[in-house]
Design a protein around this ligand. Structure first.
Ligand code: ADP
Ligand code: MG
Ligand code: MG
Length: 251
């Protein structure tokens, strides 16, 4: 699904190197978690994959189902099936949630060469997905994220993800600042959307999220590289001992 090889990235404006040879392979249907100390480059990795400005790839590659991601515009990456959920969802006053979702879905369909959904068809799909995810349809009528609680923003993000039907979902510290109930919501949403043809990269500080989203593989990132890969037990090790042991092992 996702294959990252020896990825090196620096800031465009300064000579600051952030990623120093990231290697990561996520198979179809797999859930991988990335943990790691602050400043190790986790967010940078997700931004570079999504195509955000300001970064320069100096070496390496990133492929989504064999297609060169780094060669695509951000919207082409989304059309190819990449979805990035942000740590802080933006509020868009004056734009109804329903309008926003429909615009996003139809832009993606257009980029894929598919016919746009009519208002009626869209409504059917969005209601069905909201019901499956146990999301109150009332939320669809409000402006995007305006006045939403932390939990509602997360629900909304999961709904966006469900509507766009991505192949590869990246959640970057989407659990930050969430209480246990909201964290559980995110986990339930991810678990509901898990399937053989859809993979997840979950970036998190908290082992607790991984109690609910059982990852297949856990990676530890530090100083711009993945320094350790293991199973769910690796997250427990970090929870109990912090990163110090792992960091000193790899020098
Ligand atoms: P993480 O998500 O693991 O906490 P980040 O990817 O946010 O790490 O940051 C990695 C490093 O790169 C940090 O030292 C951070 O300060 C730096 N960095 C990232 N983006 C920028 C930027 N736009 N300008 C300056 N420094 C940046
Ligand atoms: Mg950080
Ligand atoms: Mg980060």
């Amino acid at each position: 699904m996702l294959e990252i090889r020896n990825l090196h990235v620096k800031l465009q404006e300064e000579d600051k190197v952030i990623l120093r040879g990231v290697d990561l392979t996520v198979g179809a249907g797999e859930v991988h978690a990335i943990m790691g100390p602050n400043g190790s480059g986790k967010s940078t990795l997700s931004y570079v994959l999504a195509g955000r400005d300001g970064y320069e790839v100096t070496e390496g590659s990133a492929r989504l189902e064999g297609k060169d991601l780094l060669d695509m515009e951000p919207e082409e990456r989304a059309a190819a099936g990449l979805f990035l959920a942000f740590q802080y969802p933006v509020e868009i006053p004056g734009v109804g949630n329903m309008t926003f979702l429909r615009t996003a879905v139809n832009a993606q369909r257009k980029a894929r060469g598919e016919a746009e959904l009519s208002a009626g068809d869209f409504l059917k799909v969005v209601r069905e997905k909201a019901r499956t995810l146990k999301i109150d349809a009332e939320m669809l009528k409000r402006p995007v994220n305006v006045g939403f609680s932390g939990g509602e923003k997360k629900r909304n993000e999961i709904l966006q993800m469900a509507m766009l039907e991505p192949r590869m979902c990246i959640l970057d510290e989407t659990d930050s600042g969430l209480d246990v109930d909201a964290m559980k919501l995110v986990a339930d949403g991810v678990n509901a959307l898990r399937s053989d043809g859809r993979s997840f990269l979950v970036i998190t500080h908290y082992q607790r999220l991984l109690d609910h989203i059982r990852p297949d593989v856990v990676h530890i990132m530090a100083a711009g590289r993945i320094i350790r890969t293991g199973g769910p037990e690796l997250a427990l090790e970090v929870e109990n001992n912090g990163y110090a042991d792992i960091l000193s092992e790899v020098g």
